[in-house]
Design a protein around this ligand. Structure first.
Ligand SMILES: Cc1cc2nc3c(=O)[nH]c(=O)nc-3n(C[C@H](O)[C@H](O)[C@H](O)COP(=O)(O)OP(=O)(O)OC[C@H]3O[C@@H](n4cnc5c(N)ncnc54)[C@H](O)[C@@H]3O)c2cc1C
Length: 321
C-alpha cells in the first residue's frame, strides 16, 4: 500500500530552493495526521552534503541520487530518476514546487505514473486515511476548488513558492540518508545541455523581500515609491494593472499570474485588492493599505488602513524619513 509523504527538493547550482523547505513544512503537518514519514528527494550532482539541511527542515528520510546525469536539470533524466524511486517505494503523496522545474517535471511524472496532478495548490489538507485535499484557485481565481485523487497513487501536487511556511531548522533532528543509484536509459535522452548562460538579475526578487512597497493603478508616479522602498530597505512590487500598462516589469507582479509573497510588511499603495491580487499577498505578516476609496476590498485584509491619496502619503513619508 502506498505510504509516506514525499517532497521533490529542488536544487539549483547545488543550493536547495526555499520552496523545498516550505513543502517539507506542510509535509510534516500532513504526516502528523497519518503517522506517515516525510521523505525528501534530493537529485543532482555533488549534492549529498545538502541532505542534512533537509532533515533539519523536517525530512525523516532523504533519498539521494547523486549522478552526473543530473548535473543540470533536464526533464528526461530527472523524470527517470524520480520514476524509479516512486516505483520502488510507492509514496502516498508526491509534492513539487510550482517553479519552472516543478511545472515541467511533475506533469511528465504524473503521466508516466498514470496518476492525477493538481497544479498551483494554495492549501493542502488530509484525512486519517491519507487522502489529500488539494485546494487551488479556479475560474480565474473567483472560487477555490478542492480536488481529491481517490483511485490513484501517488497523489501529486505542485505548490507555488511562498505559499506554505517552512519550519525553523533543527540540526539536532535525526533522519536517515538513503543513497540510491538509478539505471538510466540514455537512449531516451533527447536533450543535451551544451552551454549554460546565466541571466543577470535586472529586477529585485520580490519573493525574498522583507518589506514590499507595492503600487497599483492609484499610483500615478512610481518614482516616490522607489525612493520610499530604498529608505525602508524594501523592494517595489506591483499589481498587474501597472504591469499591463508597461509601467512595472513583470517580475514585480504579485498575484495569481504573478508571484506569491509573504513579506513581514506589505504596503499597498493605490491597489484595490482584486481577488487575483489578494491570492498572492494575503499571507503577508502585516499589511498596510493606502487607498482613497474606503470601501476598497484591500482594506478587508489590511492590518492598518489609511484612506488617503497615495502620492501625498508617499511624499510625506519620504520627507519624514
Ligand atoms: C485570470 C486573471 C489573473 C489575474 N492575475 C492578477 C495578478 O496576478 N495580479 C494582480 O494584481 N492582478 C491580477 N489580475 C487583475 C485583477 O483582476 C485586477 O484587475 C488588478 O489587480 C487591479 O489592479 P489595481 O488594484 O492596481 O487597479 P484597480 O483595480 O484599478 O484599483 C486601483 C485602486 O487605486 C485606488 N486609487 C485611485 N486613485 C488613488 C489615489 N490617488 N491614492 C490612493 N488610491 C487611489 C482606487 O480607489 C482603486 O481601489 C488578474 C485578472 C484575471 C482575470
Amino acid at each position: 500500500m502506498a505510504k509516506n509523504i514525499w517532497v521533490f527538493c529542488e536544487q539549483r547550482d547545488g543550493e536547495i530552493q526555499s520552496v523545498a523547505f516550505e513543502l517539507l513544512g506542510v509535509a510534516r503537518e500532513l504526516a502528523a495526521k497519518t503517522g506517515e514519514k516525510v521523505g525528501a528527494l534530493l537529485l543532482g550532482s555533488g549534492v549529498e552534503k545538502k541532505a542534512k539541511d533537509l532533515v533539519a527542515f523536517g525530512a525523516d528520510e532523504v533519498y539521494v541520487v547523486d549522478d552526473k546525469n543530473l548535473g543540470y536539470y533536464v526533464t528526461e533524466p530527472y523524470a527517470q530518476a524520480v520514476y524509479s524511486l516512486v516505483k520502488e517505494y510507492e509514496p502516498n503523496v508526491l509534492l513539487f514546487g510550482a517553479t519552472s522545474i516543478g511545472r515541467d517535471l511533475a506533469p511528465r511524472l504524473s503521466a508516466r505514473l498514470k496518476t492525477g496532478l493538481t497544479a498551483d495548490c494554495t492549501k493542502l489538507e488530509n484525512d486519517e486515511d491519507g487522502n489529500l485535499f488539494m485546494t487551488r484557485p479556479a475560474f480565474g481565481g473567483n472560487l477555490f476548488a478542492t480536488i481529491v485523487c481517490p483511485n490513484h497513487r501517488p497523489q501529486m501536487s505542485t505548490v507555488r513558492p511562498g505559499v506554505m511556511q517552512k519550519l525553523e531548522p533543527d540540526y539536532a533532528r535525526k533522519g536517515e540518508v538513503i543513497n540510491k543509484t538509478v539505471k538510466f536509459d540514455a537512449s531516451k535522452f533527447a536533450v543535451k545541455v551544451v552551454e549554460e548562460v546565466m541571466e543577470t538579475q535586472s529586477v529585485d526578487k520580490i519573493e525574498d523581500a522583507n518589506i514590499l512597497v507595492s503600487c497599483g493603478r492609484g499610483v500615478k508616479d512610481v518614482a516616490p515609491a522607489f525612493e520610499f522602498a530604498t529608505k525602508v530597505k524594501g523592494t517595489v512590487s506591483s499589481s498587474r494593472a501597472l504591469v499591463d500598462a508597461g509601467i512595472m516589469e513583470q517580475p514585480r507582479q504579485v498575484g495569481q499570474t504573478g508571484k506569491t509573497v509573504r513579506p513581514q510588511a506589505y504596503i499597498a499603495f493605490g491597489i484595490s485588492g482584486a481577488i487575483q491580487h489578494l491570492a498572492g499577498m494575503e499571507e503577508s505578516e502585516f499589511i498596510i493599505a493606502v487607498n482613497t476609496d474606503k470601501g476598497a476590498p484591500i482594506f478587508k485584509v489590511a492590518n492598518l488602513g489609511i484612506v488617503a491619496d497615495a502620492q501625498a502619503v508617499l511624499k510625506q513619508l519620504n520627507k519624514i524619513l
